[in-house]
Design a protein around this ligand. Structure first.
Ligand code: SAH
Ligand code: DHB
Ligand code: MG
Length: 221
């Protein structure tokens, strides 16, 4: 089946780029042991985030949805000394796993994991005059994705790169009537980002070990 082929290529890419990465492997292992869902980005997509962070010389990164910190490690490794990554997580127990993983990966000095509902934290960040961030990775719950985009635009400046995970959802985003709130949320996000005059955006389909999904990329004008 094609799904197998895609997974095989992901493993090939992993061998090619990172034959052994104890910090990332350990992060997944500990996340699994702690009972976290296996919904982190794949290593190929983690690598993509890393390359994008380097491409936009990101020194201030915001991530919405930490889980066990797997994507956080990829992003934090692109942040130079003195840079900062703030990652938002609703579940305190997940944040604890992430902090341990980030410490083991040697990036804890650059990263803050902030616990709470991201909608509240984003509103607080705006009140605090936080930002602008150079790169934002949206990867939390899907129903409020469009709200996250609106909030993130207040924490951005020209050149800020906004990346959003899971915007294709097995192709279900292209169906007219969906009764899945996650898919509906992503549809609202995709329509909002496409129509948003403050950004230039593209959405790319992706396959691999995590199945069939996609990412949105939007750069603030
Ligand atoms: N970025 C991670 C995966 C994140 S999974 C990686 O690739 O490694 C999505 C995470 O978002 C989960 O940990 C979930 O608890 C968190 N989350 C869901 N809703 C949230 C909300 N409203 N505010 C903050 N975090 C939320
Ligand atoms: C889910 C969330 C994600 O961020 C992801 O990458 C895959 C699945 C989910 O909630 O099902
Ligand atoms: Mg995701």
């Amino acid at each position: 089946m094609s799904e197998d082929r895609y997974a095989t290529v992901d493993r090939y890419l992993e061998d090619l780029f990172a034959p052994a990465d104890p910090a990332l492997a350990g992060a997944l292992e500990r996340s699994n042991e702690a009972g976290l869902p296996a919904i982190s980005v794949s290593s190929a997509h983690g690598r993509l985030l890393h390359v994008l962070a380097l491409a936009c010389h990101a020194t201030r990164i915001l991530e919405i949805g930490t889980l066990g910190g797997y994507s956080t490690i990829w992003l934090a490794r692109a942040v130079p000394r003195g840079g900062r990554l703030l990652t938002l997580e609703r579940e305190a127990a997940y944040a604890q796993v992430a902090r341990r993983n980030l410490a083991d990966a040697g990036v804890a000095d650059r990263v803050e994991v902030r616990v709470g509902d991201a909608r509240d934290t984003l509103a607080q960040l705006q009140r605090d005059g936080a930002g602008p961030f150079d790169l934002v990775f949206i990867d939390a719950d899907k129903p409020p994705y469009a709200e996250y985009l609106a909030a993130v635009l207040h924490l951005s400046a020209p050149g800020t790169l906004i990346v959003a995970d899971n915007v294709v959802r097995d192709g279900r985003v292209a169906q007219d009537a969906v009764d899945d709130e996650a898919v509906a949320g992503v549809q609202r996000f995709n329509a909002a980002v496409a129509a948003e005059p403050r950004v230039a955006a593209a959405i790319i389909q992706q396959v691999g070990v995590k199945g069939y999904d996609g990412m949105a990329f939007a750069v603030v004008r």
